[in-house]
Design a protein around this ligand. Structure first.
Ligand SMILES: NC(=O)c1ccc[n+]([C@@H]2O[C@H](COP(=O)([O-])OP(=O)(O)OC[C@H]3O[C@@H](n4cnc5c(N)ncnc54)[C@H](O)[C@@H]3O)[C@@H](O)[C@H]2O)c1
Ligand SMILES: [Fe+2]
Length: 370
């Protein structure tokens, strides 16, 4: 018995950015985007249109922090007209920031209650979101949650609410051709991690699993080719499609142990999210052998029906992308890693994982993590 749900309208294809004008016709909206110069052309196009935005907010840093969102709320409070839509043009950090503003608007105390006072998020009539992803990694455009970081308190929160799905997303692979190599690899691996995490997951169902298998295969086939041909729109399109499948998979399952292991690695050791949540995938895959026949069958479909070799295959794939695969390379001390593992298995995402800590530790050691 299972349910599946995802309400986001997906507009997919090369050069479809221009359809944003129709989507926003006669609507009051603001833009949230990255500060870098390459994003200016998108907001400029809207600024010079017959329906310009009420405000353009560019103060978004990678991994959006509580304090930065408070600042944006201040800016939001100075808008005098009602805002119907937020147009998010950027990676997961932009889309997640848009969700926080959509949810809490200018109510800084709501954000603080959620982040600092551990209260349930108070989300009342959130502003509608149109998401234009520029990274092909997080699939935040297809999920109803946002990651908010509280660096001062060394904490990471997941703002989740069923009204925070974007209304629509325009996925235009031509926007992604300027992504540099490192970002292309880390975001592609984030999509792979979301897919695999939705398979070894207590919430997996046949529809989420079929999206996850498709997504994983697309990343494994296309990411190595893309790293050698970064401006190839067809390969960008294949990875963007992988990211759609990944989003349709994990929007229904959430993530699992690889993500829970990743958060302290990002917070305390500065490792990019996509790398932090994927360097453990080979050892988690190995630890799945003999755990659950349904998950094993699904994983086999990704790896040419061979689960025994899947972990080594994945490890070679990641080595070819020059991803760090052991604690020395990640620069996490073993004692600290042991604490991270203990905490991760007890956390909410860790509990989504259908495997177990003992098998994970033994696989990690046998694969040379430390
Ligand atoms: N809400 C979710 O479902 C979800 C899922 C996974 C991760 N996340 C969160 O998303 C964040 C990471 O997002 P991300 O990996 O998309 O990166 P990002 O949004 O943090 O962007 C990283 C950098 O890439 C640059 N960039 C973005 N698009 C570019 C492009 N097309 N060309 C050149 N440069 C570009 C940005 O300017 C930025 O400096 C983390 O905070 C993570 O926790 C959210
Ligand atoms: Fe992720």
């Amino acid at each position: 018995m299972w349910n599946y749900f995802n309400p986001v309208e997906i507009i997919f294809g090369e050069n479809r950015f221009k359809e944003v004008h129709d989507a926003l016709k006669n609507k009051n909206y603001i833009i949230i985007t990255h500060p870098e110069e390459i994003f200016k052309k998108y907001s400029d196009e809207l600024k010079s249109s017959s329906n310009p935005p009420l405000s353009i907010m560019t103060d978004v840093q990678p991994n959006p922090d509580y304090k930065d969102i408070l600042e944006l709320q201040k800016k939001f409070s100075s808008i005098n007209e009602s805002v119907d839509y937020i147009l998010a043009i950027g990676g997961g950090s932009v889309t997640d920031t848009a969700k926080a503003i959509a949810a809490f608007k200018d109510k800084q105390e709501y954000l603080t209650d959620f982040v600092r006072n551990k209260k349930s998020p108070r989300v009342e009539n959130p502003i509608k979101i149109i998401a234009i992803p520029t990274t092909s990694g997080t699939s935040s455009e297809l999920t109803c949650w946002a990651t908010i970081w509280d660096k001062e308190k060394n904490n990471k929160l997941s703002l989740a609410h069923k009204s925070l799905y974007a209304e629509k997303t325009i996925i235009d692979p031509s926007i992604m051709v300027d992504k540099p190599l490192g970002l292309t690899i880390s975001t592609g691996l984030d999509a792979l991690s979301h897919s695999m995490e939705s398979i070894w997951n207590i919430n997996a169902n046949p529809v989420s699993a079929s999206h996850a298998i498709q997504a994983s295969k697309l990343v494994l086939e296309n990411l190595p080719l893309l790293t050698k041909d970064l401006r190839n729109v067809e390969l960008r399109s294949n990875i963007a499609l992988a990211c759609v499948h990944a989003g349709l998979a994990f929007s229904n399952t959430k993530t699992a142990i690889a993500h829970n292991l990743s958060y302290p690695v990002t917070l305390n050791y500065g490792i990019q999210h996509g790398i932090a949540c994927s360097f453990t995938l080979p050892m988690i895959t190995k630890s799945m052998v003999g755990i659950d026949s349904v998950a094993e069958e699904r994983l086999k479909l990704i790896f040419n029906n061979n689960l025994e070799n899947a972990a080594d295959h994945l490890s070679e794939f990641m080595r070819s992308l020059e991803v760090p695969l052991n604690l020395n390379e990640i620069k996490v001390p073993v004692q600290e890693w042991n604490n991270i593992v203990d905490d991760a298995f007890l956390g909410e995402r860790g509990k989504n994982f259908i495997g177990n800590k003992e098998a994970f530790i033994s696989s990690a050691k046998s694969m040379g993590l430390y």
